[in-house]
Design a protein around this ligand. Structure first.
Ligand code: HEM
Ligand code: HEM
Length: 454
């Protein structure tokens, strides 16, 4: 049993959960704005206000979702499960608070400067140099705090979730540093084809080696606790851990199969992508066998329910990912809304759902009373699940129309009107997701500061 005052000990976790809920609303609103601009692009607001044009708001949406909503949620959970698993309080609460502030200032500054037109124009690396420095500082501080906590641990066994937390901190720091070409402050880039390769080493790394390990580590924590069963196999969890680190860093070039990137690199990327089936299946089989026969328990806990849904999306995302990394498939799907559909079930369905599950699992344990409203959390779950499933299906169909149209040489002016209906449907499903983000913010704030619903 860990003996220290829960509220104070976990204030960093609380700060990150709150940040996550707020950024979710901001980023979903930006997403809605983008989606509506694709429905009625001639509307003046979308063209005449420079701060709101698509090219500026899109990276606001993506970066705020990745770092602000999902990243903050997963970091919040990490600040809870690491001290808990090593049975030692967080090394420095002050450093934790500072990390949370640096993180939020970086996201806010990144978004404002993007809207003002300052961008490094590389996907998920758009934030300018000073913001990059803040992000790197935040990661370094988080790593320091976690290492110091673990080094003073009372528990000798290092459970696999702790390994994942370490991997996420170390890899993300280097990927962020290299991918943003921090030594070139003016451009944040190098030159030529090498820059494309570097940009996608970063782009896929940030989802695969920041969000994925934290989401998987959190699942490894939540599922056994709720199932009230030990992890099926510690050895299997280590196979999954080392194999993801082995495959993920070099598969970014699967984003560049239709470019003049070196052929050997494309081959490495495609084979590595297929190899990703190893870590993914080991993680999922291990968790599945842990909760086998106990699914009812998982679904009785709203946190578990979110995490479970996230894992089902993970299965789907990764099998789809392997499929679409094959050159013959990409001939149709690349540069279409098919990929945008994949991004949403990946970043949102997999890691976003698990981040929300983490918040709903952890908050009642920190505050030592039930959530303000489990009913509201359940409503949010269904809004998000239906919204995302619809979003995914609509964009996948739209992507197939685009892909086959382009393959058969159809002109854009004929194809675009066919997509209109799909964009309207995407907007409608987006409204559900936005509504879900608002419900979540309300419930999380009330759970943290208002007590249980009377
Ligand atoms: C086995 C695992 C996975 C494989 C093999 C895979 C494969 C791919 C491929 C080939 C693309 C590029 C498609 C194209 O441009 O034509 C892609 C895009 C993407 N993937 Fe995955 N994926 C996997 C898992 C994930 C996960 C777990 C996440 C997030 C947590 C993710 C997030 C994304 C995003 C955001 C993009 C869009 C990038 C962009 O073009 O802006 N993927 N994936
Ligand atoms: C209110 C709901 C949402 C709406 C309406 C929405 C809308 C959009 C739009 C219009 C784009 C640009 C697509 C393009 O360039 O063609 C986009 C991209 C993206 N969104 Fe969302 N989004 C929503 C929720 C989310 C959530 C919850 C996440 C993650 C947690 C997310 C992550 C992303 C990512 C990673 C991309 C880049 C996709 C790519 O380049 O492949 N979005 N979104």
């Amino acid at each position: 049993m860990v003996r220290f005052r829960q509220d104070e000990a976990y204030e960093t976790a609380i700060g990150f959960f709150l940040s996550s809920a707020c950024w979710f609303v901001v980023a979903a609103f930006a997403g809605l704005f983008l989606a509506s601009s694709m429905v009625a692009p001639d509307f003046g607001l979308y063209k005449n206000v420079s701060w709101l044009v698509f090219s500026r708001l899109r990276p606001v949406h993506t970066n705020t979702m990745i770092f602000g909503f999902v990243g903050s949620g997963l970091l919040g959970a990490m600040y809870y499960f690491v001290p808990h698993l090593v049975r030692t309080p967080l090394h420095s609460r002050a450093a934790g608070r500072l990390t949370n502030w640096l993180w939020n200032i970086a996201i806010a500054a990144g978004d404002i400067t993007l809207m003002a037109g300052m961008s490094q124009s590389r996907e998920y690396a758009e934030w300018i140099w000073p913001v990059d420095i803040l992000v790197l500082l935040a990661f370094a501080l988080a790593f320091y705090n976690i290492v110091k906590t673990v080094s003073r641990r009372k528990e000798t066994l290092l459970y696999v979730s702790v390994w994942y937390a370490f991997a996420a901190m170390i890899f993300t720091w280097f990927i962020y540093f290299l991918g943003n070409a921090v030594w070139h402050p003016r451009t944040g880039a190098i030159t030529g084809m090498a820059d494309g390769v570097l940009a996608w080493f970063y782009g896929h790394g940030i989802v695969g080696l920041f969000l994925t390990p934290l989401a998987v580590g959190l699942s490894y924590y939540v599922i056994p606790v709720i199932s009230r069963a030990p992890l099926f196999s510690h050895a299997l969890s280590l196979v999954g851990f080392w194999s993801i680190l082995m495959f993920y860093p070099h598969i970014g070039t699967h984003h560049l199969l239709q470019t003049p990137a070196p052929t050997w690199l494309k081959i490495v990327a495609v084979t590595g992508s297929v190899g990703m089936l190893i870590p993914v299946t080991t993680v999922l089989v291990n968790l599945w066998l842990t909760m086998k026969g106990r699914i009812a328990r998982i679904h009785a806990d709203i946190g578990g329910k979110f995490v479970f849904a996230g894992l089902v999306w993970y299965l789907f995302v990764c099998f789809q990912g392997v499929f679409q990394s094959l050159p013959s498939v990409q001939r149709v799907t690349h540069m279409t809304n098919w990929v945008v559909a994949h991004s949403h079930i990946a970043v949102f369905g997999f890691s976003g759902f698990i981040a929300l599950g983490g918040a709903y699992f952890v908050i009642p344990r920190i505050r030592q009373h039930p959530l303000y409203s489990t009913k509201l959390a359940d409503i949010q779950y269904w809004l998000l699940l239906i919204g995302l499933t619809g979003f995914f299906l609509v964009l996948t169909f739209a992507g197939l129309i685009q892909g086959t149209g382009w393959l058969y040489g159809e002109t854009v002016y004929k194809l675009l009107p066919e997509l209109h209906l799909y964009f309207v449907a995407r907007l409608a499903f987006g409204v559900m997701i936005f509504a879900g983000s608002l419900v979540g913010l309300y419930n999380i704030v009330r759970s943290l500061y208002g007590g249980e619903k009377p």
